[in-house]
Design a protein around this ligand. Sequence first.
Ligand code: SF4
Ligand code: SF4
Length: 360
Amino acid sequence: MRGFCMQSTVWFTDLSAPPGKSLLDKTGDLLRAAGLPEKIGAGDLTAVKLHFGEKGNTAFIRPIFVRKVVEEIAAAGGKPFLTDTNTLYLGGRCNAVDHLRTAITNGFAYAVADAPIVVADGLRGESALRVPVKGKIFREVSLGAEIVNADAMVVLTHFKGHELSGFGGAIKNLGMGCASRAGKLAQHSSVSPFVDPAACIGCGTCVAHCPSGAIAVVTEKALIDPKTCIGCADCIVVCPEHAVKIEWNEAGPAVQEKMAEHALGVLEGKRGSILFLTFVTQVSPFCDCYGNSDRPISPDVGILASDDPVAIDQACADLVIRASGSDPFRKTHPSIDWTVQLSHGEALGLGCRKYELAAL
Ligand code: SF4
Ligand code: SF4
């Protein structure tokens, strides 16, 4: 583990937009000031990592801002594509077909965003690559393959509250958002999935899909052998009865540390060709995976850019606290110490908590 860092630059613009200078113009200025053209090589397949929002959610980043990012990447010579990974839970984004339909419903059609969507971990989340990391907990992490394969990356983050990490920012978007289903399971749970016998009809679909032969149907009910299970999480999505359950037992500091270590896995392959753009607007109390967006817990603050995920998250949190007059994340999630993701990220060499705010 590394632990030394100096100071990073975080670029910032508030939401003032006088005539002749729109927020879209300011977003372009921010990306260029933060060095986007230098991070994209000619012809680079450039992942624009974002969260398309669950169906019913309204707080995610507006597609017209995403189009602006796409234009800037194309102007720098890159070939942008929009991407996210399938969810671990069963919802509107747990396979590529539902995911694309949800994204388009929420406004991310090609005609709007001007870039295709590629779901990074494939049809059912089976397209994953394991990459080495030097973490406290992990020696390798499982990530969506097309995120690993991309030449460059712009990480678009909606900064908001989160029930597991206090807030969800760039580190979470990288660590949880780029993880394969197996990677997400490894962050959320320390044990194998289990079968609810009341819901199981003994159809054997999970047995056929399990890559490690860990499931057997015994007296018409599936049973998972935790010693053989490799934690791929395939059985969770293939079960037609939603009978395979997750023990969501990982919480507190451990989930944030695991998240930061997965974030490191993404960053290591992209150093010098990755940029973070974070919108501190409509700061909802919970993550955009919910099918609703409750009343914001902070005033709108602005838009930030940096090549350091730790610094940008620290700056966002500081600005929210300053604008709110107190810490709305601690107030909303009192049992969560959100600094863990930052301090562990810094210890890993993911970035620096110390930053200089450069206002445009
Ligand atoms: S998580 Fe993967 S390895 Fe474990 S039982 Fe389910 S399908 Fe098999
Ligand atoms: S796929 Fe679901 S319902 Fe079918 S055997 Fe497996 S757990 Fe039971």
